[in-house]
Design a protein around this ligand. Structure first.
Ligand code: SF4
Length: 120
């Protein structure tokens, strides 16, 4: 090995030159990169959750009824009990907080409380 050859960095000569694009690498760029770019937006869309928790305008009695007596929760943990399926729920449209005939304040269609009565 000459002195000049020993000065060169050790490179894997089996790899294609850097400016050569193989079919596989081109396909990876066409398919993988757009998916990688879309992933954060998809995750953000999935994580967008309706919140109906602003009770700042309620009286102390209404707040107590909502939080202590009815024990309203904005996201039901029981799949069979959602405000959207309760007789007391008044919907306000898609992706909007509705109201309740009993519990004051904004009501999430996915919420629930102890006073749930299923629509028949
Ligand atoms: S009574 Fe309870 S479960 Fe029924 S709509 Fe009102 S807050 Fe939701």
């Amino acid at each position: 090995m000459s002195r000049e050859e020993s000065m060169k960095p050790a490179l894997d000569t089996n790899l294609p030159p850097a400016n050569t694009m193989t079919r596989r690498s081109a396909l990876a760029r066409v398919v993988v990169l757009p998916l990688a770019a879309a992933l954060p937006a998809a995750l953000t869309g999935c994580s967008k959750t309706l919140r109906c928790e602003d009770t700042s305008g309620l009286s102390p009695d209404d707040t107590r009824l909502r939080t202590e007596i009815a024990a309203y929760v904005d996201q039901s943990t029981d799949p069979s009990k959602h405000c959207a399926e309760c007789v007391q729920f008044n919907p306000a449209g898609k992706d909007a907080c509705g109201t309740c005939k009993v519990v004051k304040g904004p009501i999430n269609p996915n919420g629930s409380c102890k006073l749930f009565v299923k629509k028949t």
